[in-house]
Design a binder for this molecule. Structure first.
Ligand code: NPQ
Ligand code: MG
Length: 370
């Protein structure tokens, strides 16, 4: 049991090395909230996966900032002595807002594990010390540019290529990549841009021998995904539609997907991501670790999550240099065979570099006593 003395919120901005375009828009910078939680025993860090606009999800930085500052941080501080298992309960008075909640749930867990000298991966029952890395390739201005970038990433050793698609920029582009690389693990992610009327697109994609098709349809519609899954051979994977272990169990029971993308922030934190992992494992549904172009803080968390045994497919966990000229932590790099080492230090095993953190900071506010 320990008491949270203070919570520091920080909005940071890092330029991306290249723009990242998805079916919902283009990003040139990564902008996110970092929380630093100080307890009686240690400090911990959490990274919020919300973005600058409510597009991927209904949460966004401006809203998450207020939820964190005015509701969640004060509740955590006034809760008195707590353990990691209590924090989700402290936050149930706020409905939804999983990304904001995850920030403090993870930061408190990090502080708790640092005080104990235990790593997050060990705490989660991780069974591997390196994880396989994939890369998510944004929509490119041309097929030629796409082929060039895919070749660069394959040259760096990535084990799986995921292509972002949207209506009109799908079958031809995917075919071209498959033709150039007949044997790679290749998947696509539509970020909810299609409807069941587009089933023909997915029938055509069946010919491309894809590892999976991620979130083709509306973010709230699992029934339609079940209908689409029945029409095609490729495995569907759900991302946006899965916000909890309950959602995962329901989607699997309905036949809406055969693979699940786990993002700790989307499901409300590391503890719920373990529950999603466990539900999927019990149904023999493989999972993999999604990504939100996190800084090194969030990436370290993702690596620990991906060390759990049912994470059997390569994650959207890429090297720091795929995203940023300079990360906030020591850079993460790809090692042999496109794998990355799971941090072994206490908690997430990483902390931001104070100078780079200061340089990236747009805004800071503190809640509670120093
Ligand atoms: C996905 N990630 O799997 C997401 C899309 C994404 C690596 O493809 C801020 C807000 C940053 C939303 C980065 C990848 C984001 C974001 C990526 C969504 O669908
Ligand atoms: Mg996705």
């Amino acid at each position: 049991m320990t008491r949270v003395r203070s919570v520091e919120l920080r909005l940071v901005r890092l330029p991306l090395v290249r723009p990242f375009r998805t079916s919902f828009g283009e990003m040139r910078d990564k902008e996110c909230i970092l929380a630093r939680v100080e307890t009686d025993d240690a400090e911990g860090w959490g990274e919020c996966v919300a973005g600058t606009e409510p597009d991927y999800s209904e949460e966004w930085n401006a809203g998450a900032w207020l939820v964190l500052r005015d509701l969640l941080a004060p509740a955590l501080i006034s809760a008195g002595d707590v353990e990691p298992g209590d924090v989700e309960g402290v936050f149930t008075f706020v409905r939804g807002n999983p990304m904001a909640k995850a920030t403090l749930i993870d930061a408190f867990l990090d502080a708790h594990l640092r005080a104990l000298g235990r790593s997050l991966a060990e705490h989660l029952g991780g069974t591997r010390d390196r994880v396989e890395c994939g890369v998510s390739v944004g929509i490119q201005p041309s097929t030629e540019a796409l082929l060039e970038l895919v070749a660069v990433y394959l040259g760096e050793g990535y084990r799986r290529i995921k292509l972002k698609i949207e209506p009109g920029l799908d079958v031809d582009r995917v075919r071209a990549v498959r033709h150039a690389h007949p044997d790679i693990l290749l998947s696509v992610d539509a970020n909810a841009a299609y409807t069941l009327d587009d089933a023909g697109v997915f029938r055509d994609l069946d010919e491309c021998n894809l590892l999976m098709i991620e979130q083709p349809l509306h973010h709230e519609d699992v029934v339609e995904h079940a209908k689409l899954q029945a029409l095609i051979r490729s495995d569907l994977c759900l991302d946006e539609s899965i916000r909890s272990a309950g959602d995962a169990g329901a989607a699997i029971e309905l036949g809406a997907c055969r693979i699940v993308n786990v993002k700790q922030g989307r499901v409300g934190g590391v503890p719920e991501s373990k529950r999603v992992h466990d539900v999927c494992a019990s149904q023999n549904v493989p999972v993999w670790c999604g990504g939100m172009l996190e800084t090194g803080i969030g990436r370290a968390t993702n690596l620990a999550v991906a060390a759990m045994p049912n994470f059997t497919l390569p994650g959207d966990i890429s090297a720091s240099r795929r995203y940023f000229a300079e990360d906030l932590t020591e850079p993460f790099e790809l090692g042999p065979h496109g794998t990355m080492a799971v941090p072994t230090g206490p908690g997430t095993g990483v902390k931001p570099d104070p100078t780079r953190l200061e340089a990236a900071t747009v805004r800071v506010e503190r809640a509670g006593k120093e």
